[in-house]
Design a protein around this ligand. Structure first.
Ligand code: HEC
Ligand code: HEC
Ligand code: HEC
Ligand code: HEC
Ligand code: HEC
Ligand code: HEC
Length: 435
């Protein structure tokens, strides 16, 4: 009994001291918060390559010093000539990772500790997939499965009936009866011409008809129905309004979605960007009294910021509540879409694809994001090939073709104006959009 009490006491003291020291040591929980608050998850997952590499195991691939330099300012680090950093950057097609100089080296150590100790995923869904957390609506794939099952069922029936016929014939041969060769349940249903055909040819024939009809239908279904979630507008954890910020306050989209011109993904801003204004703006101008808006208080809580001392103290400590924005737009993993290609090179306005975001109180998915949608635009959108170096070769070829009177119809729209489309630049090639 006494021995047990002793053990208990030792354990209690050990836990206490561990907690005291934990403040200085890298702390995974702290790291998880920072990882989420800085939206690392919008480009990284622990176990899957997203925009950037899968992060699990990075502690073994790189030294701590290297990682701190990289995460805090990969741009400067690359410029300093570090070979590994430059190699990595090239490897990822020069997709730029953000600079996180707001993070102290200690904070980066917390994040690294989190990456090191995060539990392995359950069923391939990483614990950091918060941004992707919103599962897709039912995408009709159940119907697909059902039809496949029906198809298999029909084939089985067909085979069974053939087997039955063969058995019957064998039985008939043994007993000396002569069976009508046109017998059989299915054959009886077929028109005269077909039922006279050789059974093997007939089987192959039917098989191909089913295959062609099935795959045409499946293809159509695939490009128009699967994954449709147009109009999806989930409630977000902070009542952040694009109508107010992008519409009335006229903040540039790129101020927050910093990746949009330079990388594949537009990125969701980290709360630090909000703090550029919301350190000062603590409530709506129309709100009565001088209490802090509960919505803005959520930002403070997530960042462990104390508005009283205007400092990132541990105001909320373990009660700090990280923000998990619900991801709205989400292409399937096998499709590749790149923002910089469309916004910077293609010079498309965000609204072409996202609709009037600056009027939306709550963002909703405006376009279907279906393959048919991408393809339609690639067939019809005009690109300004004359004033864009990226298209120099294409433009030269078009000018030459027109001069030589070759392929003229290719370059004209029905109304007679000249048009160069992404389709002419390979915009319909499977490999451009599929990994
Ligand atoms: C805008 C997208 C983006 C965001 C946000 C982002 N990263 Fe990255 N990260 C990348 C890309 C892309 C690379 C690959 C190198 C390159 O192309 O710059 C990378 C590389 C890394 C690497 C090196 C991995 C390796 O295999 O060596 C680490 C570590 C890393 N990021 C950590 C983080 C952390 C921590 C955060 C959040 C504080 C973060 N990243 C946020 C895009 C991002
Ligand atoms: C002050 C920062 C800020 C500005 C400015 C801003 N956004 Fe956003 N945007 C956010 C935040 C935060 C989210 C995530 C929460 C949400 O969906 O409302 C978001 C979400 C989005 C989404 C949905 C992302 C998803 O989950 O699929 C789109 C699309 C978008 N913004 C487009 C725009 C466009 C277009 C503009 C310019 C007209 C713009 N944003 C201006 C902060 C901003
Ligand atoms: C460029 C400055 C600026 C940035 C950046 C900014 N905001 Fe705001 N925000 C404002 C202003 C100004 C108001 C108050 C408008 C008014 O009512 O007068 C406001 C109001 C709000 C409100 C409404 C508060 C209420 O109670 O009505 C919320 C919520 C909010 N912002 C969230 C965010 C979030 C989240 C971010 C980061 C993604 C962000 N803001 C970035 C300037 C900014
Ligand atoms: C050609 C169509 C198109 C244009 C133009 C476009 N987007 Fe997107 N956007 C998409 C698609 C498609 C997705 C889904 C990408 C995915 O899931 O990989 C998306 C996703 C997003 C997201 C959420 C995911 C992410 O990439 O971080 C944001 C935020 C966003 N867009 C903002 C913008 C802003 C801001 C602009 C204008 C500067 C813009 N987009 C222009 C098609 C477009
Ligand atoms: C509103 C019109 C529009 C929509 C919608 C659109 N694109 Fe594009 N896309 C363009 C234009 C314009 C270009 C030419 C710019 C360029 O070449 O980078 C382009 C270029 C591309 C390229 C590069 C082709 C090349 O040869 O350089 C890819 C890949 C691509 N788009 C993928 C997609 C995917 C995937 C989708 C659907 C999720 C999509 N696009 C939706 C207009 C669109
Ligand atoms: C301009 C971009 C683009 C091109 C070119 C393109 N795809 Fe797609 N594809 C997509 C996108 C985006 C999706 C995901 C959205 C969807 O399911 O419709 C998709 C989805 C698919 C799917 C899966 C449909 C499903 O059930 O989810 C298949 C199969 C496919 N594509 C095959 C092809 C083939 C084969 C080609 C070449 C002939 C091709 N794609 C060319 C953009 C493209």
């Amino acid at each position: 009994m006494i021995k047990q009490l002793k053990t208990l006491a030792v354990v209690a003291v050990a836990t206490l001291t561990a907690n005291i020291y934990a403040a200085d040591k890298p702390n995974a929980e702290e790291g998880k918060k920072l990882y989420e608050a800085n939206n690392c998850g919008s480009c990284h997952a622990l176990d899957k390559k997203v925009v950037g590499p899968a992060l699990r195991g990075v502690n073994n691939r790189r030294s701590e010093e290297w990682l701190i330099k990289w995460i805090r300012n990969n741009e400067a680090f690359r410029k300093s000539g570090d070979a590994d950093a430059n190699k990595l950057y090239e490897e990822y097609g020069k997709a730029a990772m953000n600079v996180f100089e707001n993070l102290t080296p200690d904070q980066v150590r917390h994040i690294l500790e989190y990456i090191k100790t995060a539990p392995a995923p359950v069923k391939a869904k990483g614990p950091t997939e918060n941004v992707d957390g919103a599962s897709k609506n039912d995408d009709g794939s159940n119907l697909y499965i059902l039809l496949t099952l029906i198809g298999i069922f029909i084939v089985v029936l067909f085979i069974l009936s053939k087997v039955r016929n063969t058995l019957r014939r064998l039985a008939a041969e043994r007993s000396g009866e002569i069976l009508d060769s046109k017998g059989g349940a299915i054959r009886g249903l077929l028109p005269e011409k077909l039922s006279n055909m050789n059974p093997t040819v007939l089987t192959v024939f039917i098989f191909f008809i089913v295959l062609i009809v099935g795959s045409t239908w499946g293809y159509k279904f695939g490009i128009t129905e699967v994954g449709v979630q147009k109009g999806y507008a989930p409630k977000q954890p902070i009542a952040y309004s694009h109508k107010l910020h992008a519409g009335e306050l006229k903040i540039d989209c790129k101020y927050c979605h910093i990746g949009v011109e330079v990388s594949k993904s537009a990125t969701i801003p980290s709360l630090n960007i909000c703090m550029n204004c919301h350190k000062g703006v603590q409530k709506a101008s129309t709100a009565e009294g001088d209490g802090i808006s509960p919505e803005i208080a959520k930002i403070y809580k997530a960042l462990d910021y104390s508005p009283d001392s205007a400092n990132y103290t541990k105001a909320f400590g373990p009660n700090a509540k990280p923000i998990r924005w619900v991801r709205i737009h989400n292409l399937p993993d096998h499709a590749y879409f790149n923002h910089s290609q469309h916004v910077k090179v293609g010079k498309l306005a965000c609204q072409t694809c996202h609709g009037p975001i600056e009027k939306m109180e709550v963002v909703q998915q405006w376009s279907s994001l279906q393959m048919g949608w991408c393809i339609d635009c690639h067939r019809t959108a005009g690109i300004d090939a004359a004033n864009n170096n990226y298209y120099a070769a294409l433009h030269e070829k078009a000018a030459k073709d027109l001069k030589d009177n070759k392929n003229r119809s290719k370059y004209f729209t029905p109304d007679g104006s000249v048009k160069i489309t992404p389709a002419m630049n390979g915009g319909l090639e499977c490999a451009k959009c599929h990994y």
